[in-house]
Design a protein around this ligand. Structure first.
Ligand code: ATP
Ligand code: MG
Length: 463
């Protein structure tokens, strides 16, 4: 079923609640008035019966029959009707309106209490009738007295008409008012939707207007604005990343193109061709490595928070990575040592974690001159395990440290743009940080330029 618009829903709820109030209030007034009218009629009927029985006490039998005795006084008694029956139900006297329609005796008879009920008397409408058992000097009888309810019913009917029409009018006015008010209260939502619809990637710096920061709609606008803030960050980050990636890819491609064009311009010696192919091979290696790193980063972005982790022996994993990188260290005459590493378990993805330590230890070797040293050590307590990679290399300028984990950032710009196949693209630490973050860990760098660098990576221990 199609849901009604909020404006209509609010209005209908409002109308329904008001209708309930009006109906209860009206019914209470009606019931009270009816009760008052009836009890007044009942008092008169009881009084008439009392007077009737007092009169009856005066009849002492003798020559005058009961019917004759009563005919004189009660046959036509204004609004009131009277009837006398013997205990076996025989009608002994009935006043004018009852002659042709005697009242049946109410079976709930009592001597003391007048029993009252409402009956329909053919041709005379509804009547209130009281009945009582009577013991007089001439015997025991059933006495009944009744009177018309026409007046009371007419009064109740006009009261009902007034209550229903006033009630309907109130509800109708309330519905119209409620509809207008709901529209007014909800109009900022419509404005907000229109403003939100206008915000696209092209004008992502626009924000929704916050008219009153303290009400619910103000909160909604502020929440949407902070969501747009986050989207803006992501969009700007993506734009920056795309621009940087294009820029990084362009350099080796330009080198390859220039080398090839220059080589083709004249006839070259074999040695010269060999050199061109070597330069192009280096540029190709660099491109391939960058493509691989970009792919890793985008996979990490997609898989964020979705990977299922296993228990990993971190000490064994670090030792494996160190052994993989030992040939590079040997080649650079850098001493690579693992110190004090104890068995410790963490939850993680072993391929991704290997990549973290590979990137960090590779940096330490790469940025440490010949004859330097790289030391890897790990410590763990019951909550956290921390691995530190310390080198004796060139260090990182203090101004570069906050940007070191940014994508494509290199502290030493001069070497990296070279076509040297080992020249980094500035993605290694960005990848490492993404992986460490996904493992709820922490990676930090401390360094003094010219005095070596220390990278510390922490993870929570598997429970
Ligand atoms: P890639 O790792 O993508 O091949 P890269 O090594 O240049 O390239 P990162 O690993 O992200 O990129 O490192 C970023 C920059 O931080 C490096 O270019 C380098 O200038 C600096 N850096 C990182 N580690 C060290 C270190 N141990 N000593 C000195 N500088 C470092
Ligand atoms: Mg690196």
């Amino acid at each position: 079923m199609k849901r009604l618009r909020v404006r209509w829903r609010l209005t209908l709820w409002y109308g329904a609640v008001l209708m309930l109030l009006v109906v209860s209030f009206g019914s209470a007034i009606y019931a009270m008035t009816r009760q008052n009218l009836m009890s007044r009629v009942d008092t008169y009927v009881i009084e008439e019966l009392r007077e009737f029985s007092v009169e009856l006490d005066l009849h002492e039998g003798g020559d005058e029959t009961l019917a004759d005795f009563l005919d004189e006084r009660f046959f036509d008694h204004g609004e009131y009707d009277f009837q006398v029956q013997s205990m076996d139900g025989k009608v002994l006297f009935a006043s004018t309106r009852l002659v042709n329609h005697p009242l049946a005796a109410n079976p709930r008879l009592s001597y003391k209490k007048v029993v009252l009920d409402t009956r329909l008397l053919p041709g005379h409408g509804y009547r209130r009738v009281g009945v009582v058992r009577y013991q007089g000097p001439t015997g025991e009888f059933i006495l009944q007295s009744g009177t018309s309810l026409q007046n009371e019913f007419a009064q109740l009917q006009s009261l009902a008409t007034i209550l229903i029409s006033v009630g309907l009018l109130t509800v109708a006015i309330a519905l119209v008012g409620g509809y207008l008010l709901a529209g007014k209260a909800l109009s900022p939502v419509g404005d907000m939707a229109n403003s939100a619809r206008r915000i696209t990637a092209a004008n992502i710096s626009d924000r929704l207007e916050v008219t009153n920061p303290n009400d619910e709609l103000g909160h909604l606008a502020m929440t949407l604005n902070s969501m747009i803030d986050r989207l803006q960050d992501v969009i700007e980050e993506t734009r920056r990343f795309t621009a940087d990636a294009a820029h990084e890819l362009r350099t080796p491609l330009a080198v390859m193109q220039t080398e090839a064009e220059v080589a083709l311009r004249n006839e070259r010696s074999l040695e010269e061709y060999r050199e061109v192919v070597q330069v192009n091979l280096n540029a190709t290696k660099r491109l391939a490595r960058m493509a691989d790193q970009l792919l890793q980063l985008s996979r990490l972005d997609v898989a964020r928070g979705k990977s299922a982790y296993d228990e990993i022996r971190l000490d064994a994993l670090v030792s494996d990575v160190v052994e993989t990188l030992r040939p590079l260290a040997d080649q650079k005459h850098v001493s690579l040592r693992v110190e004090s590493i104890r068995p410790c378990l963490i939850l993680g993805d072993d391929i991704q974690l290997s990549r973290v330590f590979y990137n960090v230890i590779e940096n330490a070797i790469k940025y440490t001159p010949d004859g330097g040293s790289v030391i890897v050590d790990a410590s763990c307590n019951e909550h956290r395990v921390s691995v530190r990679v310390t080198d004796s290399g060139q260090g990182i300028p203090a101004s570069s440290i906050p940007k070191i984990f940014d994508r494509f950032y290199r502290a030493d710009q001069s070497r990296s743009r070279s076509t040297d196949a080992n020249g980094g693209s500035g993605l290694g630490l960005a990848i490492a940080k993404s992986i460490v973050d996904a493992h709820h860990g922490k990676i930090s760098v401390s360094s003094k330029q010219g005095n070596g660098t220390s990278v510390e990576i922490e993870f929570p221990v598997a429970a």
